[in-house]
Ligand binder design. Sequence first.
Ligand SMILES: [Fe+2]
Length: 386
Amino acid sequence: MSLATIRTLTLLQPERIVFGSGCALECAAEIQRLGLRRVLLVTNPPIVPLAQPLVDRLRTEGATVTIVTDVPAEPGVAAFAARLADADALDLDAVIGFGGGSVLDIAKLLAAYHRTGWKVREHFGIGLLPGRSLKLFCLPTTAGTGSEVSPNAILLDEAEQLKKGVVSPWLLADGAFVDPALTLTVPPGLTAATGIDALTHCIEAYANKFAHPIVDLYALEGVRLIGAHIARAVADGRDLEARSAVALGSLYGGLCLGPVNTAAVHALAYPLGGEFHIPHGLSNALLLPHVLRFNLPAAPERYAAIARALGVPAGGSDAATAARGIDRLAQLCAKCGLPAGLRAAGIPADALPRLAVAAMKVTRLLKNNPRDLTAADAEAIYRAAW
Ligand SMILES: [Fe+2]
């Protein structure tokens, strides 16, 4: 890749990115600094206690805080519309998303759509959202989707049983506060699935048709951090060192999502969520090694670099190093306790052809994949992963 002829890339990031154990409370200081008084905090029942110190601080400083706690896992268009109708009844200045990827995505969309009358279905795709109504702050409690720094929000389109994305600079938060201490109580299975999701963001941004040296920096360092620490974070959730490394890797993965984004692993993962409601992180983990084995011949030097970032010793050709890296990834998923196949995850064999048809609709991600993929290729990958 010649820098003289490299394609132009624009990095758009939240105006303020704060990282560090205990930094969640700084969100209250920022909201006060900006003079925002009426705040909607979107979260989930199990993490309300984690949000309480921030809520207390905001109220002490004179803000009115309304708490929404009923965001479903993997929310759809109807669930969002219901939360928006409730939010539209409130006078608001700002929205805080405090939770995992679904909570953050709903918070981002609520901030954008508040009292606009717009319909989210009209904005699925890239760059179609016309604006945002409210200030927006994101605090991830998993590591993670990277949604706190990405311009994406994903919803299930119930009519098509497919996950769809609104992708727009208007969905970039005014502030992202990544506090690894918030992730200390995430249970092992969720730690594993969300960590592998974050690792997948980094891998798919690095081995991508639109890879770019600016993003490569985040991507490779994210692979290194998560690869070296995810098993530790799963084995001992209280290990703040491991949690912090995975949270930082997840942040880096999120920074890859806007400018380059993901590819076929995510494209094939979405139908597993759409039809079978398999959580996003687990869907990616189930497919990761199999998509990468398919992709390897198209970008052996890229996958070899990923393998080295995972700690695989170089040796032989790039293709050989890359293949050992993919084996290492499969071992890592197993070590983290993730199921090894689609069958173990409850997917029937007769679903594979229609999953392949659904995956081929995710063109916004398939176009990024280093190797072109047909419906027959997708079905073969699902079979290998079954
Ligand atoms: Fe993801």
